[in-house]
Design a protein around this ligand. Structure first.
Ligand code: ZN
Length: 343
């Protein structure tokens, strides 16, 4: 399995996250990658390869140009106004003032482009997001070149980022960028399986009206879990996309036995669809001891998750998403990959 990684993800090294009414150290932190790298080595899953650099047009097919320009310039503008802390939103175009005018002021702009308030932007956050997208593109490119599987070990993650909004630690939707690249380079029908604990609202938003990417997600019921406002079972796509969006919201305490039934349902839907390539949004925050989630998947059960995904028997690219029980993140990740490879 090709594993794509760059140590330069540490450029994104924010100090604050708004959580529980306090500014705390971010759950999505650089040390997550150290644990995964260590486990990949322990398991003998292969050496990591540095990413290639792709032109911006691949990301511009997924995200609006004005949004990307905001990301590129946010930190500089925030600093220019004399703000002392990291850039976080404080006001939104909410239900009672749904304006489409984009504010000139950076505080207003951040509210316009943020879908949630926990995620800070700091120096080089944008650079790290672009690097993360290049890692996903390099992994997807290896499938185009004939590899059967690849793993994009990337952060910041991507699946909460929509066409024109960031949040939930995500800025550029790496899985969506990879899916589009695969479609542009010979594949016809992408199955996009999001196994992160949180609903992949950004990915759903991006492909909701399309029938060339079938998106499915198994996640904490949004009535009880972030991102709260998307991810219900009755969201099945619109227009050409009707029937190509399959959500499985599940309750608190869901064990792997129930979770895996939903995975089988999604994989069967992908088989009926005739998917010729699989993109996995690989979040490991379904883990029983994850600090911000509420499923009960055990470390050993991730092996079966990988084996089950391999049952689809099509080229597969794994894109790293969440997982915040950092000391177990490496083993949980490596177990999925080992289960996938040992079929
Ligand atoms: Zn998550």
């Amino acid at each position: 399995m090709k594993i794509i990684y760059s140590p330069h993800h540490t450029q994104h090294n924010t100090k604050t996250e708004l959580s529980g009414g306090e500014l705390v150290a971010p759950y999505e932190c650089a040390s997550r990658m150290d644990y995964v790298c260590q486990a990949l080595q322990e398991y003998g899953l292969g050496k990591t390869t540095e990413p290639l650099e792709f032109p911006r047009c691949h990301v511009e097919k997924i995200h609006d140009k004005d949004y990307l320009s905001f990301l590129d310039n946010c930190w500089q503008q925030w600093q220019a106004t004399g703000m002392s802390g990291e850039a976080i939103p404080t006001i939104w175009p909410s239900r009672s003032m749904p304006s489409n005018h984009i504010p000139r002021n950076i505080e207003g702009q951040i509210g316009y482009y943020a879908l949630a308030g926990e995620t800070a932007i700091a120096k080089n956050t944008a650079q790290a997001a672009w690097l993360s997208a290049n890692i996903a593109l390099t992994a997807a490119h290896s499938l185009v070149q004939g590899e059967h599987s690849a793993f994009a070990l990337a952060r910041p993650p991507g699946h909460h980022a929509s066409k024109n909004q960031y949040g939930g630690y995500c800025f550029i939707n790496n899985a969506a960028v990879a899916a589009q690249y695969l479609l542009d380079n010979g594949f016809q029908r992408v199955a996009l399986m999001d196994v992160d604990f949180h609903h992949g609202n950004g990915t759903q938003d991006i492909f909701y009206e399309r029938n060339d990417v079938f998106f499915s997600s198994i996640h904490g019921d949004p009535l009880d879990a972030f991102p709260h406002f998307l991810g219900h079972a009755d969201e099945t796509g619109i227009g050409a996309g009707v029937g190509y969006n399959l959500n499985h919201p599940l309750p608190q305490g869901t064990p792997y036995a129930i979770w895996s039934e939903k995975l089988e349902q999604s994989l069967n839907a992908f088989r009926n669809y005739g998917a010729d390539v699989l993109v996995v949004s690989l979040g490991l925050d379904t883990y029983e001891h994850d600090p911000i989630s509420f499923f009960k998947v055990k470390t050993d059960e991730y092996v079966n998750m990988g084996t089950t995904l391999a049952g689809l028997d099509i080229p597969t690219v794994f894109i790293m998403e969440g997982g915040y029980a950092v000391e177990k993140l490496g083993h949980n990740t490596a177990n999925v990959l080992q289960g996938f490879l040992n079929v």
